[in-house]
Ligand binder design. Structure first.
Ligand code: EPU
Length: 333
């Protein structure tokens, strides 16, 4: 294991931002990770780099988590427990599960990033979140070097949220994740508008059909980070009160929304941003995606600061126009 100096992180973050790590080490096993953690406590963890905006060089030791492997515990009749190491690519893992006919992750196809970071923001799409199949994870406590197991309830999962974004932020390194998947009688979630439309012609859709539909929808709407740097949804969909919603509806009868509870209405951030005129707009090297306004993009040489500035401009305009605060989903570093 070699600690390298002054390494460019451009290829390690899906936004494709050019910043440097003063010191950088790639770890391939738990033993290597433990060795590093025993000596260095002030570290910066890098997984798939898909949910971060790097705005400056990183002074801390950057640890690139490259732990690989999948283990299957197939002792029960209808379900199977699949453990994937943190450094496995999420989408490849989902495709592998589908190839084994393990159901539960098909709606989460093509989400960028690695397995190890997926629980941190409770990744979700098309009516499914990782919390729905999450069994447990193992994490290394940085201070003590001890391994702790977190079950589903321990993680405090919420919408794009978990304990690892709050109380335990920066305290643990997730080393593997175990999911409880179905072997038969898969519970399909096909209610999301675009999926049901695509599946209309298929009589008894399989998990592969759903995965294919999700991939088609995402490819059509979301930019491929390999072609245009981005971090998926940059903002969270805000939740407003019913009173606030009724007020907005007077001027915007068509406002899309999802009812969360009696007094909580979720509004798509993409719609708010589009209404403010930002969709498809370009500001130097930073921009708002043409097909989905809650995705900010790097057209090439944008700096993290440029993208962040655009995000703040959008936040201000949305606040002024709708009196809604748009929370940022991506980690600003
Ligand atoms: N909309 C617009 N303009 C836009 C984008 C969206 O008007 O530019 C409106 C449309 O009315 C549309 C509605 O917003 O019907 C919802 O759009 P979409 O189905 O694309 O979903 P979203 O709420 O914008 C969320 C997730 C996505 C996830 C999709 C599908 C968040 C922050 N984003 O987006 O997650 O793929 O639902 O489940 O919750 C990600 O996290 O990186 C991500 C892409």
């Amino acid at each position: 294991m070699k600690i390298q100096q002054n390494i460019s992180l451009k290829q390690y973050n899906t936004f494709g931002i050019q910043v440097h790590a003063k010191r950088f080490v790639s770890v391939n096993s738990l033993t290597e990770l433990t060795e590093v953690i025993n000596v260095h406590k002030d570290v910066f963890l890098l997984g798939g780099g898909s949910n971060m905006l790097l705005t400056a060089n990183i002074e801390k030791l950057v640890i690139h988590l490259n732990l690989k492997g999948i283990i299957v515990n197939d002792t029960e009749k209808d379900v199977v427990y699949v453990t994937a190491e943190a450094g496995e690519n999420w989408h490849e893992f989902v495709l592998w599960c589908i190839s084994q006919n393990y159901g539960g992750l098909e709606n989460l196809s093509l989400i960028p990033g690695n397995v190890g970071t997926s629980p941190i923001q409770n990744i979700g799409a098309y009516g499914v979140e990782i919390k729905d199949t999450f069994h447990q994870l193992e994490a290394l406590e940085i201070n003590t070097g001890k391994i702790r197991i977190f079950n589903n309830a321990d993680c405090n999962f919420g919408y794009r949220n978990s304990i690892f974004k709050n109380e335990l932020k920066g305290k643990y390194i997730i080393i593997n994740v175990t999911l409880k998947l179905t072997k038969n009688n898969h519970k399909l979630t096909t209610s999301y508008g675009a999926i049901s439309t695509l599946l209309e012609t298929i009589k008894n859709p399989t998990i592969k059909d759903i995965s294919d539909a999700v991939i088609a929808i995402r490819q059509n709407k979301l930019p491929n980070p390999k072609e245009i740097g981005n971090s998926g949804s940059f903002f969270k969909n805000p939740v407003i009160s019913k009173k606030h919603f009724e007020l907005l509806k007077r001027n915007h009868p068509e406002i899309p929304h999802y009812i969360i509870s009696n007094n909580e209405i979720k509004i798509p951030a993409g719609w708010l941003i589009e209404q403010c005129g930002f969709k498809g707009k370009r500001f130097g090297n930073a921009g708002v995606h043409t097909k989905q306004a809650l995705v900010l993009v790097n057209y090439g040489e944008a700096t993290g600061k440029e993208i962040y500035k655009l995000a703040q401009t959008i936040q201000q305009k949305v606040k002024k126009t709708f009196n809604i605060h748009l929370g940022i989903e991506v980690n600003i570093v």
